[in-house]
Ligand binder design. Structure first.
Ligand code: HEC
Length: 81
């Protein structure tokens, strides 16, 4: 094998190994990243939703805790997680 080709083969092999390692790291860290993203999303959505519930005065009819009043309860429905 001439010297130039040998260098390219070694480089290709090294990059392939690096790629395999990076895919492994991705598989190990991805579930935790997704869990964190989901929790963050839910936390922010709950916060914004609570604010909208107050600003739009939903509580006047549905109660402070969504327990119902003039309007029906919003608890124990498919809307509540
Ligand atoms: C003026 C009183 C009043 C206000 C203010 C009000 N609602 Fe209601 N809401 C009702 C009534 C009455 C019903 C029942 C309507 C029906 O069943 O036809 C209802 C029904 C609902 C339902 C359906 C519940 C179910 O189990 O079917 C949801 C969800 C809901 N309201 C959310 C909200 C949100 C969110 C707000 C604030 C943006 C809000 N409501 C503001 C009176 C109100």
């Amino acid at each position: 094998m001439n010297h130039g080709l040998e260098k390219k083969v070694v480089t290709g092999l090294a990059l392939t190994i690096l790629l395999i390692i990076m895919i492994g790291v991705y598989f190990i860290t991805e579930p935790a990243r997704q869990r964190f993203a989901r929790e963050e999303f839910t936390r922010k959505a709950s916060f914004l939703g609570a604010e909208l519930y107050l600003v739009n005065e939903c509580a006047v009819c549905h109660g402070e805790g969504g327990e119902g009043g003039v309007g029906p309860t919003l608890r124990d429905t498919e809307l509540e997680e």
